[in-house]
Design a protein around this ligand. Structure first.
Ligand SMILES: Cc1cc2nc3c(=O)[nH]c(=O)nc-3n(C[C@H](O)[C@H](O)[C@H](O)COP(=O)(O)O)c2cc1C
Length: 326
């Protein structure tokens, strides 16, 4: 199993939803970067469940960092960040061994990793793992302090009026159902010339990391799918100065796999949470028949709001790795 990503800056994710701990090992980090625990608080809080319709599994998300010097600063050695899992209720998942959840990873994980594989909480295929990705993003942001990020939910359940988001999520939760959403991430202050033409194009590396986030179903850069309906004459980004700034940014800041110095803009499609309270009819392996499944556990009615900071973290990691390669 490959749990590692990165070329010059590398991360290795470990643990599973109901293991005692989960975490991330980061290698290739330059010396001299201060990483006090408080630095992580804001981003970790952005991922926490807060609203009605979000999971009632509350973890303290207190992180433990190893590998820093006495001033909490990197030395060039690997660092390891761990989070304890304490609020687990594994019995909620026992029946899913024989009656796997539709659109979740219970069946595929047990078929691939064996009957002893622990699917409690979703195993490795759990939103819980993304707290480790957020921590990696905080570290990555220190490698690229010149880059600023804004990431927001731009649609929920197909509706882009932000005034409706909370009510739509709460209503889905009340119905025992779930909704999907789209997250937009914008990174400004991007140095030009990151990335390469082929397999290490900036889009390839960002997309690879974005698809490591559970529940992601799509990504587009710049004007993405919408832009393909336009004429070149309407869409091309005119260069307006010697720095390579453009009048429009339909390319989302990347040409030929290489950053052009304009903002990187991308949107990520996040599916409705697969675990819903509503009864579903799906195959039961013990009965060898399709039967009614009721899922227990504590689930988000909408993953997308909590996932915005995870998307941002993965973009930051991609850019930090690319910068350190240069
Ligand atoms: C922040 C976050 C929270 C999530 N919360 C839940 C949840 O409460 N219940 C659930 O069934 N899936 C949740 N997921 C999604 C599952 O982890 C995901 O659908 C599953 O791993 C299968 O992977 P796939 O959807 O990419 O195929 C969450 C994902 C993220 C990123």
């Amino acid at each position: 199993m490959n749990n590692q990503f990165g070329h010059s800056l590398r991360m290795t994710i470990f643990g599973a939803s109901h293991d005692s701990h989960i975490g991330i090992l980061i290698e290739g980090l330059p010396a001299g970067i201060p990483l006090p625990a408080e630095l992580f608080t804001a981003d970790i809080d952005r991922r926490r469940p807060q609203l009605r319709g979000e999971t009632t599994r509350h973890e303290s998300d207190t992180l433990h960092i190893e590998g820093l010097d006495n001033n909490d600063t990197s030395t060039g050695a690997p660092i390891r960040i761990t989070f304890q899992n304490s609020n687990t209720r594994s019995t909620d998942y026992t029946h899913l061994v024989e009656h796997p959840r539709p659109s979740h990873a219970d069946l595929v994980q047990r078929r691939k990793y064996g009957e002893e594989y622990n699917i409690a909480g979703g195993g490795m295929a759990s939103g819980r793992m993304t707290v480790a990705l957020v921590a990696a993003g905080v570290v990555a942001k220190q490698v690229i302090p010149e880059v600023a990020f804004t990431s927001e939910l731009i649609s929920v359940g197909g509706n882009s009026d932000s005034a409706t988001f909370d009510a739509t999520i709460a209503e889905a939760a009340r119905m025992g159902d779930s909704v999907g959403g789209v997250v937009e991430c914008r990174a400004t202050g991007i140095p030009h010339s990151l990335g390469e033409p082929f397999f290490d194009s900036v889009e390839s590396i960002i997309a690879h990391l974005i698809f490591s986030i559970p529940a992601v179903k799509g990504i587009e850069f710049g004007d993405g799918f919408r832009g393909c309906a336009k004429r070149g004459s309407e869409r091309n980004d005119s260069i307006i100065d010697a720095a390579g700034h453009t009048a429009t940014n339909n390319e989302g800041g990347i040409n030929g796999g290489i950053t052009n110095g304009n903002d990187i803009v991308l949107r990520v499609a996040i599916k409705p949470t697969p675990s819903i309270a509503l009864e579903q009819r799906t195959y039961n392996f013990r009965e060898a028949a399709i039967s009614a499944l009721t899922i227990g556990g504590r689930h988000d009615a909408c993953i997308a709001r909590r996932a915005a900071v995870v998307v941002e973290a993965m973009v930051a990691f991609a850019l930090a790795d690319l910068k350190l390669r240069a």
